[in-house]
Design a protein around this ligand. Structure first.
Ligand SMILES: [Zn+2]
Length: 390
């Protein structure tokens, strides 16, 4: 029913504009709802706020389109319709103290739920999502997340060989399961390619084996994604729990993973890109930012272009040009002669820079509000503010 309402609202906007040139906004559609419910009385049971939330989804899709962030909204089939939202306390109730429990939805009954919240509070909204063949309830709560942290500062350097290098010399390498998981995905998708795929133009239907194979591939992909997210959360939480000041560097992931246009190195570049994306460089900074803020610490990013942490010497601040091949830093300044691992040196440069900044402005503004740390929300935040390409 929510899907039908979504499609109706979308069609309403589309035809009003195409036939009469009227631009329908959210409030016009919201005011139509009582009339709509007179024609379709079955919608009364769903609750007016939940219906309004569905109309807001339509509005959101159009806003994204107008800003140039998304394509023109499409009519959705039930297979591609994600779910619905209860934007306030009515229509649902969660009987839980943050770990497992029961969820009562009006008209749907009492459902057992599984899951754990790190901090629990007063539940405010609930969204039911159907994703990857499973039903999820996403509940937002009012809470004040707190984290333990320790004194001390650390610099980090992200790399391909070792995922994260700390200025203390400790190295956190990329977990093996990511690689073996990718391998499994690769094997499953190559077996999928041998099966009969659907082709609309030639009126070929997908074979049953193809459908099974596709389900297998997506299951494996989900597994790898979850493993990566879990690893990222655990690693960043560990970093934050040990240090209150963490210094990294600004990364232009989009630029770094741009594919090589031509030349012999195309495949090599593709492999490098994969290993950068596999670790999830882009998200590490975001995770550290909100986790450090929760703990009352700081995560700072040094300006890579002006500071050049890989080339600068951590001891004497002199620049030594290096290529990707040079794994150790040997200072070119004859008076210094500092020799250290390349990544450890870069991490130390970052932390020295951050300490200097902290000294310069001890009363720097505190990062106040913290966003919830779900990957989806962080992703949405990123998509809303496209950074200018440099
Ligand atoms: Zn030096």
């Amino acid at each position: 029913m929510h899907k039908d309402l979504y499609n109706a609202a979308l069609y309403h906007r589309k035809t009003e504009y195409q036939k009469f040139g009227n631009k329908v906004d959210y409030f016009q559609q919201q005011n139509c709802l009582p009339e709509f419910k007179k024609c379709f009385p079955e919608y009364k049971e769903l609750g007016s706020h939940a219906l309004q939330a569905t109309l807001k989804r339509v509005d959101f899709a159009y806003q994204r389109f107008f800003k140039g962030l998304g394509k023109y909204p499409r009519l959705k089939s039930i297979r591609h319709y994600k779910g619905w939202t209860y934007p306030c306390g009515s229509g649902w109730q969660a009987e839980t103290n943050g770990k497992n429990g029961h969820l009562t939805l009006s008209n749907l009954g009492r459902i057992q739920m599984r899951g754990k919240a790190r901090t629990w509070g007063k539940p405010t909204t609930c969204t039911i999502v159907f994703r990857n063949g499973y039903w999820y309830a996403s509940i937002t709560v009012q809470c004040n997340p707190q984290r333990q942290t320790d004194n001390g500062s650390v610099g980090i350097d992200l790399g391909c060989k070792e995922a994260i290098t700390l200025s203390t010399g400790e190295k956190i390498s990329k977990p093996d399961f990511l690689k073996s998981g990718q391998q499994k995905v690769k094997m499953a998708s190559s077996s999928l390619r041998r099966k009969r795929s659907p082709n609309r133009n030639q009126r070929v239907k997908a074979s049953r084996r193809w459908k099974k194979g596709r389900a297998k591939v997506s299951k494996l992909q989900r597994q790898v994604t979850r493993q990566r997210e879990d690893w990222l959360h655990k690693t960043t939480s560990n970093l934050v729990s040990g240090h209150s000041l963490i210094a990294g560097e600004q990364l232009n992931v989009k630029g770094m993973t741009a594919s090589a246009k031509k030349g012999k190195r195309k495949k090599q570049k593709a492999g490098l890109n994969r290993s950068i994306l596999e670790v999830g460089f882009g998200i590490i900074g975001d995770l550290l930012t909100y986790k450090a803020a929760e703990a009352g610490g700081f995560y700072l990013e040094s300006p890579t272009r002006t500071l050049k942490p890989t080339q600068r010497c951590a001891k004497c601040w002199e620049l030594t040009p290096k290529t990707l091949k040079d794994r150790t830093h040997v200072c070119s300044n004859p008076e210094c002669g500092h020799v250290e691992d390349r990544d450890v040196n870069a991490a130390s440069v970052n932390v020295t820079w951050a300490r200097g900044l902290e000294q310069a402005s001890l009363d720097a503004e505190l990062p106040s509000s913290t966003k919830c740390g779900s990957m989806r929300q962080l992703g949405a935040l990123k998509r809303q503010k496209p950074r200018p390409c440099d």
